[in-house]
Write a protein that binds this ligand. Structure first.
Ligand SMILES: [Zn+2]
Length: 134
């Protein structure tokens, strides 16, 4: 199991492994409570809404809206310029930090429609990035 930083606000460990295993398959997988049926983030053993213990991993839509962004124009090895750090809100209602990919990313606007994208060759492991679709 990789120990490097994920670049997300999430460590790769036994609790979060389904998220990263889903990304490796090209699926956005999120936690959902079996009791109140709400989706949740961050990853927890118990529901953050009703505190029930029955939390499961479910495939999510992969669609999101851009909630906020920060454009990094400084060149860093291994990162494109401009690099866009983003908070996205998925159609399931959870928000998490990631980055945007695709052409013209620095012109993304809050509220833009996004879709999850996965690079199977990403090292040390694949994480979901998001591309504008509008
Ligand atoms: Zn719940």
């Amino acid at each position: 199991m990789p120990t490097e930083s994920t670049g997300l606000d999430l460590a790769y460990d036994e609790t979060t492994a389904p998220f990263f295993e889903g990304a490796a398959r090209g699926d956005l997988v999120l936690q959902r409570c079996r009791s109140c049926e709400k989706w949740m983030w961050p990853v927890k053993y118990r529901c953050i809404h009703c505190f029930a213990a029955g939390v499961e991993w479910r495939p999510a839509s992969g669609r999101a809206t851009l909630y906020s962004l920060s454009v990094v124009r400084q060149q860093y090895p291994g990162f494109p310029s401009a690099y866009v750090i983003a908070t996205v809100e998925t159609d399931e209602g959870v928000r998490f930090n990631t980055s945007l990919v695709g052409a013209d990313v620095e012109n993304a606007a809050i509220g833009s429609a996004l879709v999850a994208e996965f690079d199977a060759d990403e090292q040390p492991f694949t994480v979901p990035r998001f591309r504008r679709i509008s």
